[in-house]
Design a protein around this ligand. Structure first.
Ligand SMILES: [Zn+2]
Length: 459
């Protein structure tokens, strides 16, 4: 006989922010998780108008407007009751497309960018927004995704001992339409809350179910649920305001006193290596010694534009983590850890491709040559870096340098094996051809590469 036993639907599989707990912690409900971000003065929030979207020609202006309302809302609620002496200063700067080339981005403490959906959607990451701290610079990026996310309840059945069980799981999806203003407005307020240092507000499952079904108002804008089906009423609530004030004190963001310690930086992650070749597997070592069975943490990998490349939930069981993507781009990445229970955070960087800083500092025992490199070699390098000439032409230049004794290549370069020239040599060639690194640095860099067998030598 078939017997169906309804189980509690697992609701929150995807978050609308950085936290995607893969191990749901037994965590006291009715409180905020930690988010180790602090602003150090009244923040300047820069809202960067998205590229024109032919499908939704007015969405860019709409997003800037919704962001303005969200900032006004945060400011008004924080300053409520302070009359003519508001202390919670937040400055919004809208950056329209026409000003984006000349805009001075260094003044932004928090930058909001808007995309239809996550840029790196390698593992079906569905979100309405993410908050991405950069622990190295102390600045925060927010990405708002403006495509509508709808819940997608899927019945999962399984059989144990002849009995059939089922549950419904939500695997939300993008509809292809622009999001409702409820989704956009609540997401923008939520992500700004993260950028002020609020973690998620945890409620028990049954309450969360009521909230999602529209039976109960959200007690906090920091509820973690992408599926806001049925949520008609959302707000920055007194709980949210109280949490910001307990973090910064009553004196506002500019008040230097009473900032609760957030120096929870603990050395818990490290890279096995500092430098990787493009496409090489990158592994991250996590010291999970301080984790217990219920701990979890989030790893974010971001590129130099603070774009999130991947996010991974980790538990006590993970100690070495292979990062999922093949890192091909020549640049520096940060791997960041956030533990939302303890507030611990840490970061480690790794570089894919040629370590430019290493080129300029390395190998002091190589005499500084008054290198005279013929202009055709440099010109070849430039053309090669722009993919305008084949590898062979660039290699001719290297061989010339070798013959001249400017660079010691152990054997002649295997021209049959040119496919193996790492892509990142092009970065160095480009920097050199445009004068950003000197002849000597370039030669020493190439020397480094050949010494380390990176430029393939013949047989
Ligand atoms: Zn969130």
């Amino acid at each position: 006989m078939k017997k169906t036993i309804p189980t509690i639907a697992l609701i929150v599989l995807f978050s609308w922010s950085v936290f995607v707990p893969t191990v749901v912690p037994a965590f006291a409900t009715g409180q905020f998780l930690q988010m180790p971000i602090r602003v150090h003065h009244g923040p300047i929030i820069c809202a960067i108008e998205p590229h024109a979207d032919p499908n939704f020609p007015t969405v860019g202006k709409q997003l800037l407007d919704e962001t303005e309302y969200a900032v006004i809302d945060w400011k008004a609620k924080l300053n409520q009751g302070l009359g003519r002496h508001p202390v919670w200063n937040i400055t919004l700067v809208k950056v329209p497309i026409s000003q984006q080339n000349s805009f001075n981005y260094t003044e932004c403490d928090i930058t909001i960018k808007y995309f239809p959906q996550p840029q790196k959607n390698s593992n079906g990451f569905i979100a309405t927004g993410v908050t991405i701290p950069n622990f190295e610079t102390g600045k925060t990026n927010i990405e708002i995704y403006y495509l509508d996310v709808e819940p997608n309840w899927i019945k999962k059945e399984w059989t144990v001992g002849g009995q059939m069980y089922y549950t419904y799981v939500d695997e939300p999806q993008y509809t292809g339409l622009v999001a409702t203003s409820t989704q956009l407005d609540s997401t923008i307020r939520h992500e700004i809350g993260h950028s002020f240092g609020l973690g998620h507000y945890i409620v028990p499952y049954d309450r969360l179910r009521n909230i999602i079904n529209g039976l109960e108002d959200m007690p906090s804008i920091m509820i973690d649920a992408v599926t806001i089906l049925g949520v008609k009423h959302y707000d920055i609530t007194p709980l949210d305001v109280a949490q910001v004030k307990s973090t910064y004190g009553d004196g506002g963001f500019d008040n230097p006193i009473q900032k609760k310690d957030y120096h929870h930086m603990v050395h818990q992650i490290s890279m096995s290596k500092q430098y990787y070749q493009p496409g090489e597997e990158v592994t991250l070592d996590v010291n999970t010694g301080m984790f217990d069975d219920k701990s979890f943490a989030e790893i974010l990998v971001i590129d130099s534009n603070n774009t999130m490349i991947e996010n991974i939930g980790i538990s006590k069981l993970n100690s070495t983590i292979p990062l999922g993507n093949a890192y091909q781009k020549n640049e520096k990445y940060l791997a960041e850890m956030i533990n939302p229970i303890t507030g611990d955070w840490d970061f480690a960087s790794f570089t894919v491709g040629v370590p430019i800083s290493q080129i300029t500092n390395m190998n002091q025992n190589i005499p500084v040559l008054q290198t005279q490199i013929p202009s055709w070699v440099k010109n070849n390098a430039k053309l090669w870096s722009q993919n305008l000439i084949p590898d062979e032409e660039f290699v001719k230049g290297l061989e010339f340098l070798s013959v001249q004794g400017m660079i010691k290549i152990p054997h002649s370069i295997d021209e049959n094996n040119l496919g193996r020239i790492p892509v990142w040599i092009k970065t160095a060639a480009k920097l050199w051809s445009t004068g950003e690194i000197s002849d000597d640095e370039f030669v020493r860099g190439l020397q480094y590469l050949t010494d380390n067998g990176i430029i393939p030598a013949q047989k």
